[in-house]
Design a protein around this ligand. Structure first.
Ligand code: ADP
Ligand code: MG
Length: 683
């Protein structure tokens, strides 16, 4: 009997070391590896005559004109050379450090070689091709060959062998979550066929059939989960917050809210009056004032006698929200408590006691807030900043605790509307599409490091006019320290201090004590330093209206939306502001990102661009949404398949709402495994 849950360590040729590397790719069982799909394929099935080969990799079949000759070029480097001919021409074949091939490479034998031809005429050569003797079965050549997404240390050949072994291990038993009726209606391939052909396609047509089945299956499971989660939510009553409007709160502000802010708040308040649990996303570009909209909702709930929690993805951001909210809510006698990992045990105990007793009505903190031992007296609203850290899983976790608070999510990375509707269906969206008055477009430039001299003069000029400057350097991971092309914040600050004598330069980075960092940040906010060099800590939102220049070093290291967020730190005051992206990157993807940023200030357009460039697999990965990552489906290009998957999911759930029928057992188990949707929650 097949064992899909068998540990891959026990497959021939894997062993502990490679098993550990595979685990990094999320692969630890036979089931995982057969679901670890190739990223692309190489068609090594068609033979090309040597003379006809272009610059693309080709498959040639050629006879060796001589025995291979071995030479040592320099210490530790061995070169194996042989000449091969076919009817059309000849080619020199070279292998580096593969002297073990020498025995095989004897005059007169015929091989299939897969590789790229370089050079021209008599100099044509192929370096380190894949090869197989012509008489042996096609494994690495002569067929369509998978190419797997890999980490360092794992070779394609190893992956192919391991996938083949795992497929064999499965025998006739493969993951199959589709009810038979659905597979039949949709005319989908059988699982055994699909898994074999997705790894080792017999033909282009077979690959198509395999992909169609697996994509549909993935989207079908996804659609079922969304329907179940949606159904759960629809069923849940939410606390009724009687508050009719937020005028009283707005009246206490030093400025007036924008129309878009008022609208978003009115929509949220209407949700919370309805008796059903709110599930609302507030989308607004960086600087559009989402915090204020959230504060108005928190005010409404707290002043109606209920408790709220505000969650942020990082401690620094939690701290900042805590300060902002303390100020905004003080006029109403609402005093938030802060709950973060770096507090002392005593501080935490006090905060927890206040929440449990109901003495405190608002908690601000990191994820710890909804997990573990935090008890609330009457939690009615959870606000989270940045939707990508809070997903359906957390919702489910809360409801399993018997809580069904209203949920308000704030995000600056807008999901394109069509996709949001398809994905969430019932998630309501408020868009803050209006910036507070006085914001200006930030002029953005991408430059190479040869521009540095002029950039330094520009810094001096702006500081001379009384402005301040942010400089952001990429964070450096321990294992990247060898890469000298990366600037660390500290090093760069030293460089700037030498290049710009007379300017007051400070440097903050992630390894500093929070107290020291805060002190330096505060000094910058007060205008006591001219240039603040930092790692991305500024991303999470210091507000310095006097800052007019944002310089981002090694800009290709940042994602598009992160760059946009960083740029949002300037252009907040009355001064003309600039963003300079410094990058020597040549690769087209990086260039495209930087150019997109220069072209537009519109976060929504950038998000769509980001989606187009990165692909939704990334965009909608579990990291962002708490949803499982898509292995093979692509929510953008497979939108029509998603639609039929949703229809089929609807049919199946209408017929068997609790998935209790035997033919739906595998599906029910899969939902439980992927989405924490337990059977009890489904009733
Ligand atoms: P984001 O949407 O990026 O989270 P914030 O909520 O941090 O934006 O707001 C950015 C800045 O704009 C803050 O300093 C905030 O006080 C200010 N702000 C928010 N709303 C308004 C408004 N209606 N008028 C003027 N300033 C505002
Ligand atoms: Mg914000």
């Amino acid at each position: 009997m097949a064992d899909m849950d068998k540990d891959i360590r026990f497959l021939k040729g894997v062993g502990e070391k490679r098993a550990a590397m595979l685990r990094k790719l999320g692969v630890s069982t036979v089931r995982d590896i057969i679901s670890f799909f190739p990223r692309r394929y190489e068609d090594r099935s068609r033979l090309t005559p040597i003379a006809a080969a272009g610059t693309e990799p080709v498959l040639i079949k050629a006879m060796l004109a001589s025995d291979a000759r071995l030479s040592r070029v320099r210490r530790g480097m061995e070169l194996l050379k042989v000449r091969a001919v076919d009817d059309s021409g000849s080619v020199n074949i070279t292998f580096f450090n593969q002297s073990y091939l020498r025995e095989q490479l004897t005059a007169g034998r015929v091989f299939r070689f897969w590789g790229r031809l370089e050079g021209s005429g008599a100099r044509r050569s192929m370096v380190n091709p894949s090869l197989e003797p012509d008489e042996s079965p096609c494994a690495a050549t002569g067929r369509i060959v998978p190419v797997y997404p890999l980490t360092a240390g794992l070779a394609q050949g190893f992956m192919m062998r391991t996938a083949a072994l795992a497929l064999e291990e499965c025998g006739d038993e493969f993951p199959d979550y589709l009810p038979a009726s659905v597979a039949e209606r949709m005319q989908l391939a059988q699982p055994r066929f699909a898994y074999h052909n997705i790894h080792f396609p017999e033909s282009a047509e077979a690959l198509d059939c395999a992909r169609r089945r697996l994509i549909f299956e993935e989207l079908f499971v996804f659609a079922c989960a969304l329907k179940k989660l949606g159904a759960m939510k629809g069923r849940l009553p939410g606390p009724v917050i009687g508050c009719a409007g937020a005028d009283e709160f707005f009246a206490a502000l030093a400025f007036s809210p924008t129309g878009a802010q008022r609208r978003a708040v009115a929509e949220a308040l209407a949700d919370m009056r309805s008796g059903k649990a709110m599930n609302r996303l507030i989308q607004g570009d960086v600087g559009s004032g989402k915090t204020l909209a959230a504060a108005a909702c928190l005010w409404a709930v707290c002043s109606s006698g209920f408790q709220c929690a505000m969650m942020a993805p990082t401690e620094i951001l939690a701290q900042q929200h805590f300060e902002t909210l303390s100020k905004l809510l003080a006029p109403f006698g609402i005093t938030p408590v802060l709950l973060t990992g770096s507090m002392t045990a005593k501080q935490k105990r006090e905060a927890l006691a206040k929440l449990a007793s109901g003495e405190a009505s608002l908690a601000v903190g990191t994820h710890a807030l909804i997990s573990g031992n935090v008890e609330f007296k009457n939690l009615a609203l959870v606000v989270t900043d940045e939707q990508h850290r809070f997903g359906v899983r957390q919702r489910a976790a809360l409801s399993e605790k018997g809580l069904s608070p209203h949920v308000l999510v704030m995000s600056a990375t807008p999901i394109p509307r069509t996709l949001a509707l398809m994905l969430y269906g019932d998630l309501d969206v408020s868009v803050i599409d209006e910036l507070p008055p006085g914001r200006q477009k930030v002029d953005t430039f991408a430059v190479g490091s040869e521009y540095r001299e002029r950039l330094n003069r520009f810094i001096e000029k702006l500081v001379g006019e009384g402005r301040q400057v942010f400089v952001v350097c990429p964070r450096i991971e321990e294992d990247e320290l060898g890469d000298s092309s990366l600037l660390s914040a500290e090093e760069h600050a030293k460089y700037l201090a030498a290049a710009l004598p007379g300017l007051r330069i400070a440097c903050v980075h992630g390894k500093m004590k929070p107290k020291d960092k805060d002190a330096l940040m505060a000094a910058f906010v007060r205008g006591e330093t001219d240039v603040l060099v930092s790692t991305t800590v500024v991303e999470v939102g210091v507000d310095v209206p006097n800052a007019a220049l944002m310089i981002i070093e090694t800009a290709e290291r940042f994602g598009l939306s992160q760059l946009h967020q960083l740029r949002g730190r300037v252009g907040r005051g009355a001064h003309k502001s600039y963003c300079v992206l410094v990058s020597d990157a040549k690769n087209p993807e990086a260039r495209a990102r930087l150019e997109a940023l220069c072209r537009t200030n519109d976060g929504f357009k950038l998000a769509e661009e980001d989606l187009r460039m990165r692909g939704p697999g990334d965009f909608f990965g579990s990291r962002q949404h708490g949803l499982p990552e898509m292995h093979i489906a692509d929510l953008c290009t497979d939108a029509s398949v998603l639609k039929s998957a949703q229809e089929e999911a609807g049919l199946v759930l209408a017929d068997d709402p609790n998935l209790a029928k035997p033919e739906n057992a595998a599906l029910a188990a899969r939902l439980e495994q992927l989405f924490d949707i337990s059977r009890s929650a489904m009733n």
